[in-house]
Design a protein around this ligand. Sequence first.
Ligand SMILES: [Zn+2]
Length: 113
Amino acid sequence: MHEVALAEGVLRIVMDAARANAAVRVHTVWVELGALAHVEPDALAFCFDAVTRGSVAEGAKLDIARTPGTAWCMPCSTQVSLGQLGDACPRCGSYQLQVLHGDEMRVKEIGIA
Ligand SMILES: [Zn+2]
């Protein structure tokens, strides 16, 4: 499962930040997830719960914010924004789209105690 690897990546970033700040507990992790990423937010949160067990981030809340995606529409020759993967161009309805942004995930902030 793809979400497990992502959750482990998030945990690595969280652990480094926790160590650098001598945190005893991580209570919240804010991540930004592109709307066009092939990631199920619920599955990611579930995996995060599993991989953080026994760490300083055990029980931490994973706050997932979806960020809109952008794609290049070939018929329109312009950049359009997409709400989700598989959507058509909002201007012309074409599916000849090339994703530019919105398939990435990043850790935005970590709440520590
Ligand atoms: Zn278009």
